[in-house]
Design a protein around this ligand. Sequence first.
Ligand code: GDP
Length: 553
Amino acid sequence: MTTKATNYLTHFRNIGIAAHIDAGKTTTTERILFFTGRNRSIGEVHDGAATMDWMEQERERGITITAAATTARWTRSGTEQEYVVNIIDTPGHVDFTIEVERSMRVLDGAVAVFDSSQGVEPQSETVWRQADRYGVPRIAFSNKMDKTGASFELVLNDIRERLGAIPAPIQYPMGEESDFKGIIDIVRMQTHTFANDLGTEIVVGEVGDIPEKFVGKVAEMRAMMIEAAAEVDEDVMMKFLEGEDPTVEELISALRKGTIAQKIFPVLCGSALKNKGVQLLLDAVIDYLPNPLEVPAIVGKVEDSEETVTFPPDPDGKLAALAFKIMADPYVGRLTFVRIYSGTMQSGSYIMNASKDKRERVGRLLKMHANSREEVTELRAGELGAVIGLRDSGTGNTLIGDGDDAVLLESIDIPEPVIKLAIEPKTKADQEKMGVGLQKLAEEDPTFRVESDQESGQTTIAGMGELHLEILVDRLRREYKVEANVGAPQVAYRETITRATDVEGKFVRQSGGRGQFGHVKIKAEPLPPGSGFVFENAVVGGTIPREYINPAQ
Ligand code: GDP
């Protein structure tokens, strides 16, 4: 409910950009930061400036593993309404599932980026399922429309077939591959063509400007969109049945409602690399993704009881915040990224870490922009930012007001590591330094574990995959100046199942569908009655009890 105190929240969007690695998440994020006016020049991300992907090795490897929150501002095209868009970085690599999980927890909506020449790829599916699990409304961006093999309809079909979701195309590309010249907004029936390479000059045309060859397709797509909107809105349904055209306002309102309810998924297109479609994507973030007042309020569990408390977003309410990312910062030390759900966090104040039962002092508060940091005196309900000064608070911890009754917010699922390696420093003298470094890295990343074997005195590290551990060993070298040797991976819990029996109901929610066991994602195909299920590429992470597994046949 909007009141005077919460009115500012209608102009907030806390979003993530989720994608399969290489679909174009980094490029899309960069362009968003460019168009929101905070990124001074396109491509700066690769020149070493502070941006979303600020870790050196991420750039080298071309993957995104940090999950931080960046604050941008966007004025909705055609209006003077300014919005705050907080972008929560979500990684696309499956080894960093925990990073995806923690970002899913603190965002209210997401843009799912697809490579339109590839459609829905296996990891896009993983990310999509995670978003389902956390109830995150999404819009889809069919990126790389300029690329050879690009097909908007491939993405639409894959969303329907592979993800089992209802796509609502709200755009149609004017040409594909090297013919990609513009975008038709099929809600407003306008054309958008690009007059310069930077994508800053856009020529908007009317319905009559839609080239003849696209008229038939546009009508088909529009019918698909209206049908999707009609699924969730009675007025649109009535008009649809009577063959009448709903108004633009009716359509947007129905699509918004359906998107927030996660019943339908608006699909847009563009080319982040060629600066096409990014402003329209930002407009769609405003039009269709929820503000913090439109998502279910977070629930806290009162300590030692079955009682729960709901924290609606209200800056004047009791403080309830979740720490979702710890980062070592070269300038200020430890940064704790938080989302404030309720109340207001003040710099210089004391808070309680309810998860650890520790009182902590909030030093300074920062809002992170693409190229700058802004020191603020407070963070209000619905806002995200970084806290300097918290010593003990870790990922997933609940932060509440000093003296308030202890409650624990719905937290972040932390999966068990799936791979273990033995590690030793190259020079014995580095043993202690290595211990300190590993300890610090483990504090930042709860899926990274360090153990030492009492008998052999050997240290082992455990994590979510080979790449995950490789990156941490790399960080050990860069940040703690310890060169280490690692032993061959002992795969601890990972299994690939090709056939399993007697698992219905245990693994699989619906036959022939996709199930879940702990953190194990399973794709199951039913075999003839009585003979069980075939599982393909079953394990992403986690443990499957052995009694459920039959060896491959
Ligand atoms: P991420 O792994 O999802 O963050 O993907 P990146 O943004 O790093 O992009 C992966 C590759 O795809 C890079 O080589 C980009 O230049 C390229 N790319 C991104 N967007 C587009 C696009 O719109 N068109 C084309 N042709 N290539 C793109």
